[in-house]
Write a protein that binds this ligand. Structure first.
Ligand SMILES: Nc1ncnc2c1ncn2[C@@H]1O[C@H](COP(=O)(O)OP(=O)(O)OP(=O)(O)O)[C@@H](O)[C@H]1O
Ligand SMILES: [Mg+2]
Length: 379
């Protein structure tokens, strides 16, 4: 068995004059949950349909377990799909819906009874076998669709926004159930979603797509902590962006000039040079907010001074909007403890924002639009 069960190689697809997929290449590891994540219209469903054989690419190859399946019809691929609308047979019972694929495959009755029973139990629908889809809740219908897709033991299960029709609480529960089912069956899942939290919580790897291109592939942690560009940083979680200019290199770090800020020391993983323009991303939770000036002992710890413009209490954490000259900075403070007599930071307070140079991330500029940067001072 190869490490990569599925590979897309330079897949391109046009509809009329629109390029929907532009030389997309990615590899899905055997047994993992791999997500395609991106805004509406970026080409996720098109790529999934090409994988399932419901659409053909204009160029490029699809390789399943080392075999080129680009030209094969859907029923000749060892792939099953759970569509967003579940596409169950409305006139058939739960049992018959799940059994359908095995009947077509001509499986003997004994095996069919055992396998259908096993998957119905796995998706927790025992007792509902005789119901028709119209008599089930949204979450139950979704589980029938999953059982029906799994019963043929495909090499890959494709799931196109399988939770989109469910309300938030049910979505969260189904996500955990999907993860459990994945652990039980050990089949590779290719999961499509436009919801970054959904993708983050379930995936081993995520490919972030935008306008028919793959922008970055990584683990959830890599995408969050080391986004490649400002599109990824903004799409995955919240962040603050600052335009700046590298003033000087300093070993693994560099000194960065940002309008209205003191000189900052920031980790320079991209080996940027004096004069390079950067887009600095600092996540809200990376700031430490305090009403008194903190002591700084490390050369790569940075300090900003500002004024609180907004306080939003959210139970587990509080979000502050802090004004530093022209910048409005989003800061999140977790409530490790929340003693009622503790001095709270309030609207209008002067505060200090501390952050470590390792926790700020310099990004490739995604667009050219903002060239309005600092002039480099003479040194
Ligand atoms: N059969 C088709 N004919 C013409 N255009 C199409 C066809 N299918 C998809 N498109 C276009 O291709 C683009 C990508 O569509 P796709 O369904 O792959 O997006 P998506 O990422 O799945 O979006 P969503 O999150 O909304 O489901 C869209 O602009 C869509 O209008
Ligand atoms: Mg879609």
């Amino acid at each position: 068995m190869s490490d990569h069960i599925l590979q897309f190689k330079n897949i391109s697809k046009r509809f009329g004059s629109q390029t929907v997929l532009d030389e997309v290449s990615l590899s899905v590891g055997t047994g993992e949950i791999f997500s395609l994540l991106g805004p509406s219209g970026c080409g996720k469903t098109t790529l999934l349909r090409i994988c399932g054989g419901f659409d053909y690419p204009d160029a490029g190859r699809v390789i399943l377990d080392g075999k080129d399946i680009t030209e094969l019809p859907p029923n000749k691929r060892e792939i099953r799909t759970v569509f967003q609308n579940y596409a169950l047979f409305p006139h058939m019972t739960v049992w018959d819906n799940v059994a359908f694929g095995l009947k077509i495959a001509g499986v003997d009755k004994h095996t069919m009874m055992r396998e259908v029973g096993k998957y119905i139990e796995m998706v927790q629908l025992s007792g509902h076998e005789g119901k028709k889809p119209g008599q089930l809740s949204g979450g139950q219908r979704q589980r029938v669709a999953i059982a029906r897709a799994l019963v043929n033991k495909p090499k890959i299960l494709l799931l196109d926004e399988p939770l989109a029709a469910l309300d938030l609480k049910l979505r969260q529960r189904m996500l955990i159930e999907l993860d459990t089912i994945h652990d039980e069956v050990g089949i590779t899942f290719l999961f499509v979603t436009h919801d970054q939290q959904e993708a983050m919580s379930i995936s081993d790897h995520i490919a972030v797509m935008h306008n028919g291109n793959v922008e970055q592939i990584g683990t959830p942690v890599e995408l969050y902590e080391a986004p490649k560009n400002s599109f990824i940083a903004a799409f995955i979680g919240d962040t603050n962006f600052f335009d700046g200019l590298v003033e000087q290199e300093d070993g693994d770090y560099c000194t960065l000039m940002i309008k209205d800020f003191p000189a900052l020391s920031v980790y320079n993983d991209k080996k940027l040079r004096r004069g390079d323009k950067v887009n600095l991303s600092i996540r809200p939770e990376k700031f430490m907010i305090s009403a008194t000036k903190p002591e700084i002992t490390d050369a790569h710890t940075n300090l900003l001074q500002g004024k609180v413009e907004e306080v939003i209490y959210l139970g587990a954490h509080t979000r502050y909007w802090v004004r530093v000259q022209d910048w409005r900075i989003s800061v999140v403070k977790q409530h490790f403890s929340y003693a009622l007599d503790e001095r709270k930071i309030c609207w209008g307070d002067e505060v200090w924002l501390k952050f470590e140079g390792d926790n700020a991330y310099m990004l490739e500029r995604y667009t050219e639009e903002d060239e309005n940067l600092l002039a480099l001072p003479d040194v």
